[in-house]
Design a protein. Sequence first.
Length: 250
Amino acid sequence: MTLSPYSILGFWGPRRETPEALALRFNGLIDNLRFLHPAFDNWIWHGANKKPISFVAVRDDLAEKIDAAVMRHEDGDPNPILGYSFSVLNSLRTNPKSLRVGVHAGSWRNYSVWANTAQIETAFRMEPDPTIVAYPTFKAALIEFVEALEMTFCIALPDDLMKVWPEGPQFHFGWMNYVAPRFAPLIKPPQNAIVEYRPNGGLLMSATNETFITANPQHLAVAREIEAALAPLNALPWPPDAEPESASAS
C-alpha cells in the first residue's frame, strides 16, 4: 500500500442548477453510498456555517444549507453563476477510514477549466483502509457518484498518480476512467483495460481490478494506454459540454 491518498474526481461543464435540485442529487448520493461500506455513513456537514453538525440534522433542509453555501463576490454578495460549494466528512479525526465528499456544483459560467467538480477522498498522508480502496468498493462508489451528479468525466486514482500526468490535457487518466454517454462513442478502449458500458451508455475503463499502485509498472502501463485512448476527448473544443451563459446572469 502507499501513503498516497486515494480520490474519485468528477467533472462536468456549465450547468445551472438550483439548491433544491442539488439537494435532491446529494441526498440520493448519500443514501446510496452507505450500502457500499460502513465508512460511507454517519456524515458530518460542512457548509457556509463552518461549524460541523450531523448531516442527519440538516438533510431535511439541505436546500437551504446549500443555498447558504453559494459562492460569493469579494464584497460578500452572492454570486450564484459560480455555483455552490459544500462537503461532508465521516470523522473529525484523521484515521484510515476517513472520507470526505465535496461538491462544487450549479455553476453555469464557461471556464478554461471545469466549471463543476466533485470528489471523494481518503485522508491526506494516511494509509487508507484497504477495504475502502479495494476495486469493488471504489468502483461502486465511482458509479454512484457519476450517476447522482451526471458527470461528464470521472476518475479514481491514488493522488500520487497526478505526478506523472502530462501538462495540457483536461481529460487525465487514472485507475478507473468514466466517460459520459455523449462522448463514449469517441473512445476506442485499449485491449488491456477492463471495459464496461453502463446501462446509460457511459463508458468505464479500468487499468486493473486490484488496488492501483502507481509504482506498479503493470498498473501504470495500462493506465498509459487509457491515456492514449482519451486523445479524442482532449481534441474537442473547450468546454466540450458547455451550455450558453444567460446574458442577464451575474
